[in-house]
Design a binder for this molecule. Structure first.
Ligand code: SAJ
Length: 416
């Protein structure tokens, strides 16, 4: 099979690498010339364990090359971004990158080609927009071409493993489309290949992330309630989760990333009259940055010109991705209160970020916003000596108090 992957980001690139390492010729297409150049030199532009080796080998063996333009292929896989539209609070799904990618392959399409959309899209997008685009160009799905939505479900940080072992949903426009797309993934998927209609696959993917978002909102709401009622929220969660059928997720500073903070709106925008819990969960998680800043300001009361050292700006631990990260809003809110803010993140190089020592020097509060492994191994004694007021507020519950270190560790279990 020759495969053309459009969009070489967090999903497209590992998918391209996976097909090429399983003996298929892959052409990867991206609109960004510097990404294309980096890849053709055998390097990568994102952080993902194991990916750099795969791409280096694939470029070397000429099984993978990157380009600014598509070519003829047997299979076209679309893995481009689907952000939220800026339409008031609906935040509907912006399909423009997906539709542009579809349009860009029209000149290369041949009878029998398979086109798979992997990008997360709102329910009914394949039927109402993607299928229509190809029909308008003279291609009938299920007859001339095979069209399917096969949402990716991999977790950043373990993408290569999950691409192989996760179950894969294959949602086709017709039965023949389902069959054709399922064969494509049998190249490397060892999990179950689940066959369904395109619209069911779309809704299922959006709902998976919505389930997690709603569950996290519940945990975050519990933190606020326990703060109000003087109860240890972390102990409550720990205890409730000992029940065999309860699994409350972990509270935090908010929900970020390009999935949980985005996809629930795709459902809400399509059915706003019914999607009540989904919207409320989004609002609750969006309110967490304000809550974190409120807690910080209570801790900093009475301190002259407080300095806050923010530890971690990525949307979650051990990745370099800052998309939709609640830390970014928290930093803005802290600055708006007139606090001095220093930022340390061992996974991101940024002109405004500093190293650990500089960040904590003369600080009054360390604010842990991301669960990077590095933050579990801090030397509290050393840090406390450099700070003006040795306090640490851990929103991710990863920092354990160290005896006689002088650094006071506060988390959602003891904020009351
Ligand atoms: N978070 C919490 N509490 C938790 C778990 C996560 O506050 O208990 C926060 C994280 O800190 C982060 C956000 O939620 O800010 C999202 O992190 P995540 O690890 O839950 O998920 P993502 O966005 O990295 O990946 C999700 C995954 N979906 C599910 O687990 C249902 C992944 O499998 C999907 O492929 C991915 O979205 C996607 O692309 O849609």
């Amino acid at each position: 099979m020759k495969i053309c992957v459009l969009g070489l980001g967090y999903i497209g690139l590992p998918t391209a690498a996976m097909f090429s390492s399983h003996g298929h010729e892959v052409i990867g297409v991206d609109v960004n010339a510097s990404i294309v150049e980096t890849l053709n030199n055998g390097s990568i532009h994102i952080e993902e364990p194991g990916l750099s080796e795969l791409i280096k080998d694939a470029v070397h063996s000429q099984m993978f090359k990157a380009s600014l333009h598509p070519e003829k292929a047997d299979v076209f896989i679309i893995a481009v971004p689907t952000p939220n539209n800026n339409d008031d609070s609906y935040m509907s799904c912006d399909l423009s990158f997906v539709l542009n990618a579809c349009q860009s392959i029209i000149p290369y399409l041949e009878k029998g080609n398979i086109i798979i959309v992997e990008s997360t899209i709102s329910p009914r997008s394949m039927d109402d927009y993607v299928k229509v685009l190809f029909e308008d160009n003279g291609f009938t799905a299920g007859e001339d071409i095979y069209l399917a939505h096969c949402p990716e479900r991999v977790l950043p940080g373990q993408i290569l493993k999950e691409l192989i072992h996760n179950n894969r949903i294959v949602g086709g426009i017709t039965g023949k489309c389902i069959q054709a797309a399922a064969e494509v993934y049998s190249a490397f998927v060892q999990g179950e290949i689940i066959r369904t209609e395109a619209k069911t696959a779309e809704m299922s993917k959006c709902m998976e992330n919505t389930f997690r978002d709603v569950n996290i909102a519940l945990a975050n709401e519990l933190v606020k309630i326990c703060y109000d009622l003087d109860i240890n929220a972390l102990e409550v969660i720990n205890m409730a989760n000992k029940h065999p059928r309860v699994n409350i997720h972990s509270p935090g500073p908010g929900v970020g990333g390009h999935c949980l903070a985005v996809d629930p709106y795709f459902i809400y925008a399509k059915s706003p009259d019914y999607a009540n819990i989904i919207k409320l969960a989004r609002d609750t998680n969006n309110s967490m940055p304000e809550f974190v800043v409120k807690l910080s300001s209570e801790l900093l009361q009475g301190i002259d010109r407080p300095k806050v050292a923010v530890f971690g700006v990525t949307y979650k631990g051990n990745v370099d991705d800052m998309r939709e990260s609640p830390a970014l809003e928290i930093i803005e809110l802290l600055k708006a209160r007139g606090y001095q803010v220093s930022i340390y993140d061992p996974h991101v190089s940024h002109i405004e970020f500093v190293d650990e020592e500089t960040a904590v020097t003369a600080a009054d509060l360390i604010l842990v916003l991301t669960d990077h492994n590095e933050f579990m191994e801090l030397n509290h004694n050393k840090i406390a000596k450099r700070m003006r007021t040795p306090m640490l507020l851990d929103t991710k519950n990863i920092v354990k108090s160290q005896l006689r270190s002088g650094l006071e560790v506060i988390n959602y279990g003891n904020i009351y």
